[in-house]
Design a protein around this ligand. Structure first.
Ligand code: PEP
Ligand code: MN
Length: 338
């Protein structure tokens, strides 16, 4: 952190400023300029406390952070891309990860059939919710623990890796036996207790962007997981709220290059929840891969008209297979595989 001192700062004021900084345990370097002096504060851990203790002190003109507030998530502190390993599979490497499946676990028979077809299409990660965080309490809330048995049956039969959403820190220990990747949904991106608990488990976390969160908010949430010791964070862009009404949310594709610049963490894209309509999923998937996304999360259902949740954004299996062929062409152009 740099503290710019005002031109009029007196010797006494400078001594008091340095004293305040040292009292918080930081080292300082006072740099004398031609017009004004600055103080370089070294080793800042609690930036907010430092800023609030300094900003109204006489002699202080401006406080300028020089390191990103999301240290562990930042590329500054970790220049190499993080590759998250899940069994024999990776997210964040050359291969684009495809996470596909219905919005929610429904009947076991149809889920197993869908899972086999997805596997045949090259999908390695199966997604489906058993705890559904609907915006409305009157929509389908998921099968709960009963759905976990179905997830296990499908995992055992197909060998697909399971991605499912966890709503509360209370459910983390139980779910950890059933999932390969925990999903934190958009509505829970700010759930600090959940993030901290997931940080203490040794399983990757797919962290969706809150639909009203800035990229910095999102990376700070990732920081909560990383700072508890879990390095396996996968970011998922799923669209943000804007004034646009023709899509459910607005897919912020610009977050992909921004995340790649700011952070070493992999970033995948969910065009299904972003657009809210199966019609736009292929175009947005191609755009996401062209923008260098590390993966896609696609909602697929064998019979969208009868899906209990999010039928309108669910791709039918045949459409999904066609889409995969077209997305693969873009992936190859990007020097990646799918
Ligand atoms: C989901 O993936 O099923 C979901 C609820 O997504 P989001 O949290 O992005 O709304
Ligand atoms: Mn959904």
């Amino acid at each position: 952190m740099i503290v710019a001192l005002s031109c009029q700062a007196t010797g006494e004021e400078i001594t008091s400023i340095l004293g305040k900084i040292h009292a918080q345990g930081y080292k300082t370097r006072l740099i004398h300029g031609e017009m004004k002096n600055i103080v370089h504060v070294i080793g800042v851990t609690d930036r907010e406390r430092l800023i609030s203790s300094m900003e109204s002190l006489p002699g202080v003109e401006q406080l300028i952070p020089i390191i990103q507030p999301f240290k562990l998530a930042s590329r500054e502190c970790h220049p190499e891309n993080s590759i998250i390993k899940i069994n024999e599979t990776c997210i964040g490497g050359r291969e684009i990860a495809i996470i596909a499946g219905p919005c929610a676990v429904e009947s076991e028979a149809s889920f197993i059939e869908t899972a086999h077809l997805l596997k045949k299409a090259g999908v390695k990660f199966l997604r489906a919710g058993v705890f559904k965080p609907g915006t409305s309490p009157y929509t389908f809330q998921g099968l709960g623990e009963k759905g976990l048995e179905t997830l296990t049956a499908v995992r055992e039969e197909t060998g697909l890796l399971i991605v499912t959403e966890v709503l509360s820190e209370v459910d983390v220990p139980l779910l950890s036996h059933y999932v390969d990747i925990f999903q934190v949904g958009s509505r829970n991106m700010h759930n600090i207790a959940l993030l901290k608990t997931l940080g203490r488990f040794n399983k990757p976390v797919l962290l969706k962007r809150g639909f009203s969160a800035t990229i910095e908010d999102w990376l700070m949430s990732a920081e909560y997981i990383l700072s508890e010791g879990n390095p396996g964070v996968i970011l998922c862009e799923r669209g943000i709220r804007t004034f646009e009404k023709y899509t459910a949310y607005t897919l912020d594709l610009s977050s992909i290059p921004v995340i790649h610049q700011l952070s070493h963490l992999p970033v995948i894209v969910d065009p299904s929840h972003a657009s809210g309509s199966w019609r736009y999923v292929e175009a947005l998937s191609k755009a996401a891969v062209a923008a260098d996304a590390d993966g896609l999360l696609i909602v697929v259902h064998p019979d969208p008209a009868n899906a209990v949740s999010h039928g309108t954004q669910s791709l039918k299996l045949d459409k999904f297979l066609d889409m995969m062929k077209n997305v693969r062409k873009i992936a190859e152009k990007m020097g990646r595989s799918l």
